[in-house]
Design a protein around this ligand. Structure first.
Ligand code: ADP
Ligand code: GN1
Ligand code: MG
Length: 354
């Protein structure tokens, strides 16, 4: 058991701690205490998050704000402070935090249409509850995280350096990514012109970052708050579509199984707008399809750049894993292009009912 646990103000002495969940970034542990209480202990990944103190300050500010807006205490994560009142503890150079375990909750790795809708409700609510939070108070925990032109610049560097020597084998994928470059600045340009507002965004809007009530299967709260930072609402929407409106897994090898599902896209649009539609501006509503394509393209080029760089960022568990991931994303982009008018129509129709 991690001795750092004794530094936190737990209700009684911790008696066990075991790995928990299937997240890829942090180390997560379920902790049991003498009097029966359970907690979630997490070791922050400081390779990915370079300023853990600022990150914890973000989380403290955001969870305090959310707490004022929820009636069920399970509607927001609760940090357990250390005995000396800090939000985290440092031990042997590692940064640790503890959350209360959200009671009677369940987490899903994949979703059917109903759960996908409910995850949209949850992320829309999160957006809505934070619409009055001053986004500039938050630190960018990963600078330029969804700045797609900056991602393109990194992509160009990866091609030039060709650290893995794989460039020649993926020229078709590279050409496709380059052909999409004129689209890359669509959202950042609107933001610079002041036409898209800076919001508090989550930046990892996958189904496994929502906890559901185990009986009602209704969403309780959003977890994984490390990437909560200033950003664009349509990117949060888009990241969820990229992952959840595909008919196959992100790393599916058989591209015949990978399709962009317009029905799932519409499901998510409806769920998302049911909880945050009224707090989004006209331009944000109009840019929802652009957010979907942008996040899919950006993720595809990040995977491809990492494949060419020799798999230095995304953890891989097989040969060409990042290439497989890149291919699914780029195929989804192509299918979004082919369905562009329908995507816009669906978003406009849903927005017109608000
Ligand atoms: P990662 O960044 O590695 O994805 P997460 O913060 O998403 O880490 O945590 C991993 C998993 O742990 C989540 O998907 C969820 O199942 C579970 N989890 C995290 N925090 C809590 C909590 N407070 N109560 C219950 N389960 C939690
Ligand atoms: C990373 O590991 P995970 O799933 O939490 C990445 C996301 C990508 C995702 C693609 C901090 O998130 O941006 O969309 O992989 N997170 C970071 O699977 O880079
Ligand atoms: Mg997670």
């Amino acid at each position: 058991m991690q001795s750092v646990l004794f530094r936190f103000a737990l209700s009684s002495a911790p008696i066990s701690s075991e790995p928990y969940g299937s997240g890829h970034i942090n180390g997560t542990f379920l902790v049991r205490c003498e009097s029966g209480e359970r907690y979630i202990l997490q070791r922050i990944n400081t390779t990915v998050f370079r300023d853990p103190a600022a990150l914890m300050n973000n989380i403290a500010l955001v969870t305090e704000h959310l707490r004022k807006k929820v009636s069920d205490p399970r509607g927001v994560l609760r940090l357990i402070p250390t005995i000396t009142g800090e939000t985290y503890a440092v031990s042997d150079g590692e940064y640790w935090r503890v959350y209360e375990l959200v009671q009677n909750s369940v987490c899903f790795q994949a979703a059917d249409s109903d759960l996908f809708y409910e995850s949209a409700v949850a992320f829309g609510r999160f957006q809505n509850q934070l619409a009055d939070f001053p986004a500039e108070q938050l630190v960018e925990t990963i600078p330029h995280f969804h700045d797609t032109p900056v991602r393109y610049a990194a992509f160009h560097r990866a091609i030039q350096e060709n650290a893995s020597g794989r460039r020649v084998q993926v020229s078709r994928e590279i050409d496709f990514v380059l052909s999409q470059e004129p689209f890359a600045a669509t959202l950042t340009d609107l933001q610079i012109k002041g036409e898209l507002p800076l919001r508090v965004t989550h930046n990892d809007t996958k189904i496994n970052n929502v906890l559901f009530d185990e009986t009602t299967r209704k969403p309780l709260c959003v977890v994984d708050l490390d990437t909560v930072m200033p950003g664009l609402s349509v990117n949060d929407f888009g990241d969820a579509i990229r992952f959840g409106a595909s008919t196959a897994a992100e790393d599916e090898r058989d591209l015949n199984r990978v399709h962009f599902d317009l029905g799932l896209y519409e499901t998510y649009v409806k769920g998302y707008l049911s909880t945050c539609g009224n707090s989004l501006t006209k331009t944000e509503l109009a840019m929802l399809p652009v957010g979907a394509k942008m996040m899919t393209l950006e993720c595809g080029l990040r995977f491809l750049a990492d494949h060419i760089a020799g798999d230095v960022y995304f953890h891989i568990s097989r040969e060409d894993h990042n290439l497989d991931r890149a291919r699914t994303q780029l195929q989804l982009v192509q299918e979004m292009d082919a369905n562009w008018d329908e995507m816009r129509f669906i978003a406009e129709r849903a927005a017109s009912t608000l």
